[in-house]
Structures are given as structure tokens and as C-alpha cells.
Design a protein around this ligand. Structure first.
Ligand code: UD1
Ligand code: CA
Length: 453
């Protein structure tokens, strides 16, 4: 009969060493919470059979992961990792699982492949309890793997005493376990909190299982950095750097040209077509999509942006929830805020801000302009210093500009207002009423020139 294998993520701890009130597992790496990476890897392996123990500020963790609703287990008092597993036991048993892969929620570098190899090794060896061990130059605060003869157990750093346990070997516990529920469940009752932390350690299960004659299997993964745990700000930024490099390298291997790669940050959900050229420093995050032939110069920040084919984004541009269609040119120094859409071959130049506005095909706003709540038709030219006055202090209003219109420099378009196709607005105008197709509108004082005294 096929074994039912599920997973349990331990994410209830406060993360005291992080020195922040926010739950540790919500701390982000490249824009995504630490816990998100662990859940991603486990979903690949176990689908929906993944349960998550939450406790410290449980509601805020649950709110960030609505897709996991119904699969959270509350550990109201965080009495230790062993207690976390014991708390989840009824839920795991009710799910009919034979084996449970238990993973610390603070290990965001884990990959599905690495977990899969561990799981397969443990199942092949018919282990009752298996765990991953790794070798670190400095075992720091990790639990130490202590082997004495055939016996193996884990001793937490605080409780480790060379006189009792022998010299430290550098082999440490990674915080990933595979347990066979039927035989391990009874051992949970035997855990004690008689240790330096006063906590019920999941790691004591190893020694208990061995004493009970169960089959215990350490799976040594050498110097694998996939299992680093994050407890402090230093470890957080260190792990983020490993992840950043991993993602950048994967894009380079897939055909993206990444110059100054050391200063390029790309989120795990960003999609970039082969052949795209990027130059750091650059930050691409959220669900940003970049299509073939696009070039992004340095100092850009893109969040949930869509960049079409052959687009050129010059230096120092900021795009958030904006769409830039094929052949557009952006910047330098442009800001595209949520709802900004540039249709094909449109151009936006320096110090131009767009928000909830559409710039039609081939339309241009090249200098010093604010376009908010505006729709601009194909081929129109928005002169330098044009401002759509979209806000009357209470409400936002729309500006509609037709095709091939020409807005002279330094014009204020007071919304709601409509400028027709082929209309011309004289430079320096304040436009407060609609301009029909093909008309010329001048809304400014007439120049007076007099002889000097
Ligand atoms: C743990 C291991 C240690 C191992 C290290 C690997 C124990 C006792 N020690 O130590 O051997 O080397 O991970 O990174 O397990 N948690 C709960 N409920 C609790 C306590 C913790 O859900 O009551 C969660 C935390 O949110 C965290 C995970 O369990 O995600 C591990 O807890 P943490 O306090 O970080 O354990 P370490 O001291 O790092
Ligand atoms: Ca930890």
C-alpha cells in the first residue's frame, strides 16, 4: 500500500534573537516571507498535505498565507519544538499520514530537490526517525550530533558539554526530520523539559527512539547550505545573499545577460525571457515579467511590473504595478505608479510620473510631467511640464486626450476635461473646459510688450 507522506512546518516561535516584534517567519528575503520559501518547497513534495504550526502572533502569520487556511495548527504556548509536534499530532493523525516530514519554518534555503533526496533515503532505509545533519565550520547555536559507538543523538548547543559528549565534531542538526507517526507518537509523551532552555525539544526524539530500539537514520548532507537556519538579522541577510546569487545565476544560465550581477536583486517569482539584458544595481520583485529583447539599465526598481518586447528602460526608473508594451522607451528618471500603462512604442522621459493613466501607442511625454487618471490617445505629444490636475482636494477626476493632440509646454489640464483628436493647446495654458477635435485652445494671459522707460 502506498505510504501517505505529509509535512509539518514549525513556525510558532517568536524569534527572540531577531530582536523584532514581528513573527520571525514573516521576515522577508527578496520580498517574500521566510515561511513562503519553506511552504513552496513542501507543496512541491506533499501538495496539500502540509500543516503549519503557528503561535506567536498567529493571526498575522495566517493572514499572510490565506492559501494555507484550514491547515494551520495553533500552539498557544511555545514550549519547544517537541511540544509543537505534539500539538499537531491529532491533526496529522486525523489526516491519515504514515510519515511526516517535519521542517523548521526558519530554513528558507531548503529546496524541494534536497528534501526529496532526504525523504527517499529515509524511506529506502525504512527509518522510523531520520534527520538531516550538515557540517559547519562553526556549529554556533545549532544542535550537535553526538555519535558514541553506534548510538547517535542530538544535544542542543546550550546543553552541550565536551566532558560529557566528547569534542564537538562540527556535525550539526539541520532541523529537518522524517518521522513514522505510529511509532514516534508514543515517544512524544516521554519528552522532558529538564534542560537549559526548559523546553520540550524535538531533537530528544532521536535518543528516545534509539533507546526504544527503533531505526534511527542520520542523513549527512555535508556542507549543504540549503539547511541554514535564520535566527538573527545577520543570518537573515546572509541567507538572502545566498538566495539572491542562486536566483541571479539561474537567470544567467537561462540566457539572461546580467551585468554587475553582484548588485542585482531578483525576486523568486520574477519571470525574465532569455536574451534580456540587465545591469545592476537593479531590483526586480513581485510578479514582474520582462519579455524578450528588453534592456534595463542600472538603478531601476520594478515591482509587479510588466515589460514588453524590445522595451528600453534607461537608468533610475521606478515602476510599480505598471505595464509597458512592446517597443516603449522609459526614462531616465521616470516613475510609473500603479495603473500606469504605456502602449506600444510610447515614450516617457525624465522626471515624468504616471499614475492610473494610459499613454496610447506612439504617444510621448518626454519631460517633467505628471499624468494622473488620464487617457491619452495614439501619437499625442505631451509637452514639457504638463500637469494633469486630477485632484480637487476631495475627489479625483479624469483627463481624456484624443489622438495626435499636441499639448504645449507648461500646461495645466484641470480635470475633468477632454481634449479632442488633433487639438492643440498653447504653451502655458490652464485648460478648464473641453477642447473639441481639431481646435486650438489658449488659456493664458496675452503677452504685452511695451517700450522701456
Ligand atoms: C533548532 C534545533 C536545533 C537545530 C536548529 C536548526 C530544537 C530544540 N533545536 O534549534 O537542534 O540545529 O533548529 O536550525 O529543535 N518553534 C515552534 N514552537 C516552539 C518553538 C519553536 O513552532 O515552541 C519553531 C520556530 O518558529 C522555528 C523552529 O521551530 O521555526 C525552530 O525553532 P528555533 O527556536 O529557531 O530552534 P533553534 O534554536 O534554531
Ligand atoms: Ca532556528
Amino acid at each position: 500500500m502506498a505510504q501517505r507522506i505529509g509535512a509539518l512546518v514549525l513556525a510558532a516561535g517568536k524569534g527572540t534573537r531577531m530582536k523584532s516584534d514581528a513573527p520571525k517567519v514573516l521576515k522577508t528575503l527578496l520580498g517574500k516571507p521566510m515561511l513562503w520559501y519553506v511552504e513552496q518547497a513542501l507543496a512541491i513534495l506533499c501538495g496539500q498535505a502540509v500543516y503549519t504550526v503557528v503561535g506567536h502572533r498567529a493571526e498575522s502569520v495566517e493572514a499572510v498565507f490565506p492559501e494555507l487556511a484550514g491547515r494551520f495548527v495553533r500552539q498557544t504556548e511555545q514550549l519547544g519544538t517537541g511540544h509543537a509536534l505534539a500539538t499537531a499530532l491529532p491533526v496529522l493523525a486525523a489526516a491519515g499520514l504514515d510519515h511526516v516530514l517535519v521542517v523548521n519554518g526558519d530554513a528558507p534555503l531548503v529546496t524541494a530537490e534536497s528534501l526529496q533526496r532526504f525523504r527517499d533515503a529515509a524511506l529506502a532505509a525504512k527509518a522510523d526517525v531520520a534527520f538531516v545533519s550538515i557540517e559547519l565550520p562553526d556549529p554556533a547555536a545549532y544542535g550537535r550530533v553526538v555519535r558514541q559507538g553506534d548510538a547517535v543523538r542530538i544535544v542542543e548547543a546550550k546543553d552541550f558539554d565536551p566532558a560529557l559528549h566528547g569534542p564537538a565534531t562540527g556535525e550539526i542538526n539541520a532541523g529537518v526530520y522524517l518521522v513514522r507517526l505510529a511509532v514516534v507518537a508514543p515517544l512524544l509523551a516521554e519528552l522532558s523539559n529538564d534542560n537549559k532552555s526548559g523546553e520540550y525539544y524535538i531533537t530528544d526524539l532521536i535518543g528516545l527512539a534509539q533507546a526504544a530500539g527503533l531505526r534511527v537514520l542520520p542523513v549527512n548532507r555535508g556542507a549543504d547550505e540549503a539547511y541554514l537556519g535564520i535566527n538573527s538579522p545577520r543570518e537573515l541577510v546572509g541567507a538572502e545573499e545566498i538566495l539572491r546569487r542562486r536566483i541571479v545565476d539561474a537567470h544567467i544560465d537561462a540566457g539572461v545577460v546580467v551585468r554587475a550581477a553582484d548588485s542585482v536583486r531578483i525576486g523568486p517569482e520574477v519571470a525574465i525571457a532569455p536574451g534580456v539584458e540587465l545591469c545592476g544595481p537593479l531590483e526586480l520583485s513581485g510578479e514582474t515579467r520582462i519579455k524578450a529583447g528588453a534592456t534595463l539599465a542600472s538603478h531601476g526598481v520594478l515591482l509587479d511590473a510588466e515589460v514588453g518586447e524590445d522595451v528600453v528602460i534607461h537608468s533610475f526608473c521606478h515602476l510599480e504595478k505598471a505595464r509597458v508594451d512592446a517597443g516603449c522607451q522609459v526614462g531616465p528618471y521616470a516613475r510609473l505608479r500603479p495603473g500606469a500603462v504605456m502602449e506600444e512604442r510610447a515614450r516617457v522621459g525624465n522626471f515624468v510620473e504616471m499614475k492610473k493613466s494610459v499613454l496610447g501607442p506612439g504617444a510621448k511625454a518626454n519631460h517633467l510631467t505628471y499624468l494622473g487618471d488620464a487617457v491619452i490617445g495614439a501619437g499625442s505629444n505631451i509637452g514639457a511640464g504638463t500637469i494633469t490636475c486630477n485632484y480637487d482636494g476631495v475627489h479625483k477626476h479624469q483627463t481624456v486626450i484624443g489622438e495626435r493632440a499636441f499639448i504645449g509646454s507648461n500646461s495645466a489640464l484641470v480635470a475633468p476635461v477632454t481634449i479632442g483628436n488633433d487639438a492643440l493647446v498653447g504653451a502655458g495654458s490652464v485648460i478648464t473646459s473641453d477642447v473639441a477635435d481639431g481646435m486650438l485652445a489658449l488659456g493664458r494671459g496675452r503677452q504685452v510688450t511695451k517700450a522701456r522707460k
